[in-house]
Design a protein around this ligand. Structure first.
Ligand SMILES: C[S@@+](CC[C@H](N)C(=O)[O-])C[C@H]1O[C@@H](n2cnc3c(N)ncnc32)[C@H](O)[C@@H]1O
Length: 301
């Protein structure tokens, strides 16, 4: 049966939609680039965000004080189902590969690492599997998350050690020797901490790092689509660039200056600190979303 002109046009449109989705998906497989968000989109984001207002102080304090409880509930509810394994971290932070011949007898030496706010271990288990010379400490202030890390089939003594710790108040030196770590990763963790507590978290991390050790950082950046979405539905803003999600967990959006200042004030040197841009596709709604993150490497002096 012959197709009507209308049917043919619909089919052509569908094919062109599909190929544009595929083209955009191909882009997702490529390495991250420096932010390329257009000036128009940036201006739109600024306008929406600047109009938003913080909710009542009583609620702001409640969410800040109950952060650990709300994250713990999150893991009790979602268990290991929420986050995907973070294989990309090793691609972005090649430090985990270590250097051959650095230890005694020209053997690779053990790289001592810590993942702060490790959640259920979506980074630590893939990185341990691929790098036999790593030892990984992992901490989180949500006891349910740490329990799930310990139940993981790859949780092996001698390769990793997970413990409950609130970075903003529990000294990491209670578990880890001072000045002992080569690498610390902080992946979407500092954004869960209100600005006024960030300094104590960074000081705490610094205590357990070796001079010359590297901190690998990735987190949400200002004007990310998620921030625009929060500000488009007033009632989520707690402080400037800090928002609360439906489940009571918080999310802060960082600027380059803010994060550099935070680490440099504590005696870190910035090796890299850039906005990275990612277009994510919602296939069901056929819309693209501009994600904007901040990625950085800092060295302890
Ligand atoms: C957005 S999740 C990211 C989890 C994990 N890093 C990942 O990328 O899959 C933020 C994590 O930070 C943890 N967290 C937030 N504030 C913390 C604090 N003050 N001390 C320790 N962990 C904290 C939360 O419990 C949660 O597991």
């Amino acid at each position: 049966m012959e197709q009507s002109q209308e049917q043919q046009q619909q089919q052509q449109q569908k094919q062109s939609d599909l190929s544009s989705i595929e083209a955009r998906q191909q882009k997702l497989l490529q390495p991250l680039e420096q932010s390329v968000i257009t000036p128009e989109k940036l201006e739109y984001a600024k306008q929406i965000i600047e109009k938003d207002k913080a909710i009542k102080p009583f609620w702001v304090n409640k969410y800040k004080n109950e952060a650990a409880k709300n994250w713990d509930r999150f893991y009790k509810r979602n268990e290991t189902r929420f986050y995907k394994d973070r294989h990309w971290i090793e691609r972005e932070f090649t430090v985990y590969k270590g250097k051959d011949g650095e230890g005694e007898d020209n053997q690779p030496r053990t790289l001592n690492c810590l993942e702060v706010g490790c959640g259920v271990g979506n980074f630590i288990f893939p990185v341990l599997e691929r790098n036999p010379n790593l030892f990984m400490y992992a901490c989180d202030f949500a006891p349910h998350a740490i329990e799930l890390v310990k139940q993981h089939e790859d949780y092996k003594q001698g390769r990793c050690s997970a413990f409950v710790c609130d970075l903003t108040k529990d000294p990491l030196t209670d578990t880890i020797a001072k000045d002992s770590l080569d690498v610390v990763s902080s992946i979407f963790v500092l954004s869960a901490i209100p600005v006024e507590k960030l300094e104590s978290a960074v000081k705490n991390i610094k205590e357990v790092m070796k001079p010359g050790g590297m901190l690998c950082f990735r987190d949400y950046a200002v004007y990310d689509a998620a921030q625009v979405k929060f500000s488009s539905n007033p009632g989520h803003m707690l402080d400037k660039n800090l928002y609360v999600r439906q489940d009571g967990t918080m999310s802060l959006f960082f600027s380059i200056n803010q994060i550099k200042e935070l680490f440099e004030k504590e005696g870190f040197t910035t090796v890299e600190c850039d906005y990275v841009h990612r277009e994510t596709i919602n296939r069901a709604m056929d819309i693209s979303i501009d994600r904007r993150f901040l990625q950085a490497k800092f060295i302890k002096q």
